[in-house]
Design a protein around this ligand. Structure first.
Ligand code: SAH
Length: 510
């Protein structure tokens, strides 16, 4: 039946029985009743359910799951007691194997539909998704808002749904086991000493958020209390190191947690949704913790960016390294490099690596991480990939070695360009310059397969060929999926290149 032929059949509050036959991008179940599509949150593919229409459109509606009449073989009880209220995990009631299949399909469908690639070709170059051996307790970082529940008790937890009321965090099953113990210590201490949680409406109260991070390889734990701390700033007397009543007692209790390495305070007096303040004061232990990833050691401070699922991040990076196929002499650009994790992991098997990242602090971290790991063949540049790369390209193609040789002519036509952009994908100008630089291989790491598909189309229209695709599950029980794709320079590119070098003037390459 064609869409325009479908009459408006259903309206708000209608209750329908429906078979769930598909999964939406956000993990919701999709079913059809006489051609009318229903999107039903928490319904699992294979279920037969009763659902009540909440919002009816002409050809589709959003409906509320009223009852599961026949459970799908892929349905499981959400293991986490707060999965539904918290909303952080959208698909905890789908079995893990089915979830992996859903993620693999999501990537495939986006690349086929949005990228306009042939289905069977995509299937022929797709490798099996990299799932987790144990998809629980994988997050090394958690941030909890602190407030009062409806009975006035101090709680640290998460915002319920889209509201600003806080629900006590029962033990979140994707976080580390130590989280709930740490939260208990802090909230009990606050109750005992009359320390007020922050109230965002009035801007009063002290404790806003609690940040906890753990180095999975090192076992080191960091706690950072985000405080609306004014004393000593307003009266100009400075601070003696005492931010909370009974601070020593609190520190003693926190130190009883095995692995505790760093306790700090982040001062945030702004009325803002930004969690962390800029100023960090260490009140016990070290200023940072360390962790090991891909054989490299990284220093993690409360503000530094670090992958939240280190086990899978390592597997994803190893896949990217395999696709890059380095033999020791290559020149490699790593665009959107963050703190240099991929750049530095590739450095040991490359001739020279160049990282580009927009956030100055991340670039500083990357440089420090290079020194820390004795990597001396990496350079990092701060700026937008879509500005830094074209700018260097223009200068290099005029035949100059720039930045005192930090960027030699060989960087003009690198062997490999790696990109790992945020969800919006690569900027057109960045893709255009990559095509001009004509690397042998492009390794595209993506956290959004829709923008990935768009960018792959541009790169393939520019002469590249898709060689391999592999999804990786970094955020189990959520709908997110990471993908790594290998492209190589196609015949078309090679011909143009031959023509250009026969002119003995690489500068003419466009
Ligand atoms: N490759 C890194 C980080 C990937 S996240 C890792 O795996 O750890 C994407 C990174 O791109 C972030 O660090 C973000 O700050 C950076 N970024 C966002 N827009 C950018 C741009 N236009 N140019 C360069 N970097 C950008």
């Amino acid at each position: 039946m064609k869409n325009q032929d479908i009459p408006v059949r259903y309206k708000k509050d209608d209750v329908l029985t429906v078979e769930i036959t598909d999964i939406g991008n956000d993990g919701e179940g999709i079913g059809k009743v006489e051609g009318y599509t229903l999107f039903i949150k928490d319904a699992v593919i294979g279920d037969r359910v009763r659902a009540k229409i909440m919002k009816a459109k002409k050809n589709y509606a959003y409906a509320h799951l009223e009852e599961v009449l026949e459970a799908s073989p892929y349905r499981q009880d959400a293991p986490c007691p707060v999965a539904r209220a918290c909303g952080g995990c959208q698909i905890q009631n789908m079995t893990y194997d089915r979830q992996l299949k859903f993620k693999q399909n999501k990537v495939r469908n986006n690349i086929v539909r949005l990228g306009g690639f042939d289905e069977s070709f995509i299937d022929s170059i797709t490798e099996p998704i990299i799932g987790m051996d144990n998809p629980w307790r994988y997050r090394n970082k958690a941030q909890y808002p602190v407030g009062r529940d409806k009975n006035g008790k101090i709680v640290a937890g998460f915002y319920a749904g889209r509201t600003h009321s806080i629900i006590q965090a029962a033990d979140c099953l994707i976080g580390i086991e130590e989280n709930s113990k740490i939260l208990d210590i802090i909230t009990s201490h606050m109750e005992k000493h009359g320390i007020e949680p922050y109230d965002e409406t009035s801007g009063s109260g002290l404790v806003r958020h609690i940040l906890i991070r753990k180095g999975f390889a090192s076992g080191q734990i960091m706690v950072c209390l985000v405080l609306n701390y004014r004393k000593g700033r307003d009266d100009g007397t400075g601070n003696s190191g005492e931010f909370l009543a009974g601070q020593d007692e609190l520190l003693n209790n926190l130190r009883s947690i095995p692995g505790m390495t760093s306790v700090s305070v982040s001062i945030n007096t702004e009325k803002t949704n930004v969690i962390m303040g800029k100023e960090i004061v260490t009140i016990w232990g070290s200023a940072a913790i360390t962790d090991t990833l891909c054989g490299l050691s990284f220093e993690i401070s409360p503000l530094s960016f670090y992958q939240v699922n280190p086990v899978q991040a390592q597997r994803l990076y190893n896949q990217a390294i395999e696709y890059a196929d380095l033999t020791g002499s290559e020149s490699v650009w790593d665009l959107y490099c963050g703190i240099g994790t991929i750049t530095l992991s590739m450095a040991k098997s490359a001739g020279k690596v160049y990282g580009v990242e927009i956030i100055p602090d991340a670039v500083e971290d990357a440089k420090r991480n290079a020194v820390r790991n004795k990597v001396d063949n990496a350079e990092f540049f701060c700026g937008k990939a879509e500005e830094v790369l074209p700018d260097f390209y223009e200068k290099l193609s005029k035949g100059k070695d720039i930045l005192d040789g930090k960027l030699p002519g060989s960087a003009l036509h690198p062997d490999v360009i790696v990109v790992d952009p945020p969800r919006k994908g690569c900027d057109d100008k960045c893709l255009e310059t990559m095509l001009l630089m004509k690397p042998e291989r492009i390794v595209y790491v993506s956290c959004d397969s829709a923008t990935l598909a768009r960018d792959l189309r541009i790169l393939c229209d520019g002469g590249y060929e898709l060689k391999k695709i592999r999804a990786c599950d970094m955020f189990s029980w959520s709908c997110h999926v990471e993908t790594v794709v290998l492209l190589s320079k196609g015949v078309k590119c090679f011909d143009e290149w031959l023509e250009a070098v026969s002119d003995e003037d690489c500068g003419k390459l466009k």
